[in-house]
Each structure stands twice: as structure tokens, then as C-alpha cells.
Ligand binder design. Structure first.
Ligand code: SF4
Length: 252
């Protein structure tokens, strides 16, 4: 009887690692950053102002071309603006905002950082890359939304904006939002939330619920820069984004 030669066992192929989903890419993204932590904001005492009762300024612009033209008018005023003396002399350039003028969703952040000041576009540094991951985890693209900041100029050393700087720049923000008229706004961090809603409540008190800015529902959540320092807060941001996207008809 012929001997049956046993083949040596084949080395099993390691299972291919599946590509991370957009949600995993956001939740598991790298989290180190060397930024000086800011002092905690004071505990809020003012209620959220009734900004919902004030109408958006100006006419409703329906076409992309009308909105692009109207935004260009505002941008032409922002570019040479020197209302904040220190910022006007230390900035490389103003950072107006970027995205789809017909966007259903606007993200509002605080102010440009070093990368944004250099490139003239908001949220392009490490925090911006994390925001892009959040947007993609929401099944959107950056080009689908509009991204802007409360301040159009970088505060030196990335210090928090001063109250008079916020007051100087606020009309530009109101005018941008009046042109875009998004269905929803997402405020990223304390400065954006407190400025838009005219309150001194903390982001921890404001997040997770819808507020009202001139008839537009506003969700507040943590700033991506905060997530880079505190990755545990990504879970809260994801819960906030799920609530927001459910309103836009996307179940995450
Ligand atoms: S932050 Fe705004 S108001 Fe101040 S100088 Fe820049 S564009 Fe003008």
C-alpha cells in the first residue's frame, strides 16, 4: 500500500484588516497635542438669550450665484478690516470661511490658528483634520457644509479672543449666516456657542441640546482642539452629532 505523504500544514494567511469606517477613523484618531490648556471658563449664570426672536438680516438669496456674490461683498470688507488693532497687525491674512454657500449645515468655530492664518482657510490644522473626520463620520463631505469662525483673524499665540474682538467681528458672522441661511448650525466650543447664543453658559451646559439663533436650530458641542486634549469627550460629540444628523434625516 503506498504511503500517503502528509503535506506540511499551510501557514494560515493573516486575515486582512478591514479599513476603518469613517466613524472609527473619528473615534480612534490620534490624540496627542502640545497646546497649553486654557483656563476653565467661568460657570455660566446668564440664560441663553432669546436670539431666536430676532430675524436674519437681508433678503433670502436663493441661487448659488447670488450667495457667492453676497459673500464676496462681506469678504471684501473683512480683508482690509483693522478694527482689532493687535490682530490686524499680527495676522498673516484674514480667514473668511469656506464651503458650500447653499449648505444645510454650518460649523462655527472660534478663531484661526497658526495653520489657518498661514493658509487662509478655517480648520486646516490638526483640529481641522479631526473636524473633517467628524464630518465624514456624519456621511458628509467638507464641501457639503460651510465652515467659519467667530473671529476672522488669528489671536497671537492662539490666545482666546477678547470680548471687544468678538464684538467687533460678530456682525460679519451674522451677515455670513444671513446669506447662507443653513437649516442647522453646529457651534464648536465655548466661544462659538457663547457668541452665537449670547450667553455665558459653559459648553458643558449648552451641549447636547438644540438652541435657537434667529430661527435656526443650533447644536453646541466640544471644539475638535478640546477633543485632541480630551479624547474621552469624543463620545459626547458623537452623541451630539447623532442628534443633529437625525434632524437632517441621517441616522448614524
Ligand atoms: S477679528 Fe474681525 S473685526 Fe477684528 S480685525 Fe479681524 S476681521 Fe476685523
Amino acid at each position: 500500500m503506498p504511503k500517503i505523504r502528509r503535506q506540511p500544514p499551510r501557514a494560515t494567511q493573516p486575515a486582512a484588516t478591514p479599513a476603518p469606517t469613517a466613524v472609527q477613523a473619528f473615534q480612534g484618531s490620534e490624540v496627542t497635542i502640545s497646546r497649553t490648556p486654557r483656563p476653565a471658563p467661568p460657570v455660566g449664570t446668564l440664560p441663553v438669550a432669546d436670539v431666536g426672536s430676532q430675524p436674519l438680516e437681508g433678503p433670502v438669496l436663493k441661487t448659488r450665484g447670488e450667495r457667492v456674490a453676497a459673500l464676496e461683498v462681506i469678504q471684501a470688507e473683512v480683508k482690509p478690516c483693522i478694527q482689532c488693532k493687535e490682530l490686524a497687525t499680527t495676522r498673516t491674512q484674514t480667514v473668511f470661511g469656506v464651503g458650500n454657500p447653499l449648505a444645510q449645515l454650518c460649523f462655527v468655530g472660534e478663531a484661526p490658528g497658526a495653520d489657518e492664518d498661514e493658509r487662509g482657510e478655517p480648520f486646516v490644522g490638526r483640529a481641522g483634520q479631526l473636524l473633517t473626520k467628524i464630518i465624514e463620520a456624519c456621511q458628509l463631505k467638507r464641501e457639503d457644509v460651510f465652515i467659519l469662525n467667530v473671529l476672522k483673524c488669528r489671536p497671537p499665540g492662539n490666545r482666546p479672543p477678547l470680548p471687544d474682538e468678538v464684538a467687533n467681528c460678530r456682525p460679519f458672522l451674522d451677515r455670513q449666516l444671513a446669506v447662507i441661511r443653513p437649516q442647522y448650525i453646529c457651534c464648536l466650543g465655548t466661544t462659538a456657542a457663547q457668541t452665537l447664543l449670547q450667553t455665558d453658559r459653559t459648553i458643558g451646559q449648552l451641549r447636547g441640546k438644540f438652541h435657537d439663533y434667529r430661527g435656526i436650530p443650533v447644536m453646541c458641542t466640544y471644539h475638535p482642539a478640546y477633543l485632541l486634549r480630551n479624547p474621552g469627550a469624543k463620545r459626547d460629540v458623537w452623541e451630539d452629532m447623532k442628534k443633529l444628523m437625525a434632524k437632517l434625516g441621517v441616522n448614524l
